[in-house]
Design a protein around this ligand. Structure first.
Ligand code: NAG
Ligand code: NAG
Length: 431
């Protein structure tokens, strides 16, 4: 008896959902995952953003890994930055992905600078993505992560959920009016340590104080105030990093390995700091049946510390640090079947996290394909997963799975949801 009502409700909800929500664009088949990187392609002679050492490329990444990554991540700003060197607008370097001669997905993060863009800037972004995805032009699959880590206090647009939702929808609506081939990623930061210390001046307490105790604190829901609704989201994402044991120093630099279940703790909550009352995977990936991406993430091997570039003890060492981190997700894929894409932050990051008024930043190596022992361990662990890992293919080769924007995938998902709902309805009628 208890079963009947939920089943009937589920059936009604499922058929409603069928009418409105399209299947997430570029989601691989169940049992498949996509692996890739955010490589540091900055030109070292013109280091305009200068957070790393530059000089890398998707082609070089594939060569080091010995496989064709399925996705490459780049970022640009809104409005676009102008290069001080060439005076050109700094858009993502599409050519570097085309150089791989594969069908890798171009994953683009767009950072809005304090919401200071105009309708014209938005239109330009929509056209840019329309051109990149146009089958008669570049014909490349694009995933767009707009205003990521919006629940953090480190970007000017952070912790302003009402404005975020309004702007996120504005971007999606504008792009959809130009092309249906962009997949939209909604991606807060992992909530370890939420609300991350001092709030921004512009933070929006009324919307963020979800437990209504008058303060923004660890007991508040770090995600839901920013949720734009399932119609606006193809993938959900969480950025997460391991930088060392925070208990051993600020900024962390002890070269310890993360807990073995670190990824799981970051997406579901756990003692490493993410509040288990807000299990992201359950709340968004499972609840709305959306694939989950780690849009950026990695473990840091700390090399030196400012101000004198003092070499730091290796402790457990680079292989152990990085392998523990990637195993924390590659080892639990069957437990988290909606987790389908992982993008390593492939950077050597210079002088990161200096504490205010103390020049003690740490140079951290997040790269997993440079050190020979580390990349050997990575290749072994990826190859042990066999055909679970879906690599990019070369255009013209027989299998380019999930490459099309498919009305077929939309309608088949719709049919299957409808089929399930029909079955559920029948089950209710005949129990
Ligand atoms: C690149 O960055 C370094 C370190 O911040 C700086 O000293 C150098 O002037 C920069 N090079 C250019 C061309 O801006
Ligand atoms: C490509 O960009 C131009 C503007 O540069 C725009 O007029 C055109 O509509 C875009 N094409 C698509 C398919 O979005």
């Amino acid at each position: 008896m208890q079963l009947r009502l939920p089943l009937l409700t589920a059936a009604v909800l499922a058929s409603t959902a069928c009418a409105q929500v399209r299947a997430p664009l570029y989601e691989p088949a169940d049992g498949k995952v996509l692996f890739g990187a955010w490589v540091d392609t900055e030109d070292p002679s013109t280091n305009a953003t200068n957070i790393g050492i530059g000089g890398d490329s998707p082609v070089k990444f594939n060569q080091r890994l010995g496989s064709n990554a399925a996705v490459f991540h780049f970022s640009q700003r809104l409005p676009l930055d102008i290069s001080p060197y060439t005076q050109e607008e700094m858009t993502v370097p599409l050519k570097l992905v085309e150089d791989t001669a594969t069908d890798a997905i171009l994953f683009i993060t767009v950072y809005p600078i304090a919401w200071t863009y105009t309708d014209k800037d938005v239109q330009k972004l929509a056209w840019q993505l329309g051109n990149i995805t146009d089958p008669s032009l570049s014909n490349r699959r694009v995933m767009l992560r707009f205003a990521p880590e919006m629940n953090g206090n480190w970007f000017s647009y952070g912790q302003q959920p009402t404005r975020f939702v309004q702007e996120y929808k504005r971007i999606v609506d504008n792009i959809r009016s130009v092309t249906s081939r962009v997949s939209f990623v909604w991606a807060p930061n992992a909530a370890d340590g939420y609300p991350f210390g001092v709030p921004l001046a512009a933070y929006e307490l009324s919307a963020l104080d979800t437990n209504k105790n008058g303060a923004l604190d660890y007991g508040d829901d770090p995600f839901t105030p920013y949720w734009p609704g399932e119609d606006y989201v193809d993938w959900v994402g969480i950025s997460l990093y391991w930088k060392g044991n925070p208990a051993t120093g600020t900024p962390p630099h002890d070269n310890s390995a993360s807990p073995a279940d670190y990824w799981e703790q970051m997406v579901q909550g756990g003692p490493s700091g993410s509040n288990p009352a807000f299990p992201f995977y359950d709340m968004f990936a499972l609840k709305y049946n959306k694939p989950l991406v780690m849009p950026e993430g990695g473990a840091a091997f700390a090399l030196t510390q400012a101000p004198n570039n003092t070499p730091l003890p290796a402790n457990v060492g680079q292989v152990k640090i990085q392998q523990t981190f990637w195993k924390s997700y590659l080892g639990v894929l069957s437990k988290y079947p909606k987790a389908k894409m992982f993008i390593n932050f492939e950077y050597l990051k210079l002088n990161e996290d200096p504490v205010a008024n103390a020049n003690n930043g740490v140079t951290r190596d997040y790269r997993i394909t440079w050190d020979s022992a580390t990349v050997a361990a990575l290749k072994a662990d990826l190859s042990a997963l066999g055909s679970t890992v879906q690599w990019a293919s070369s255009p013209g080769s027989s299998s380019t799975p999930g490459n099309s924007v498919s009305t077929t995938s939309k309608s088949s998902a719709c049919t299957s949801v409808f089929g399930v709902s029909l079955l559920a309805t029948l089950a209710v009628l005949f129990v």
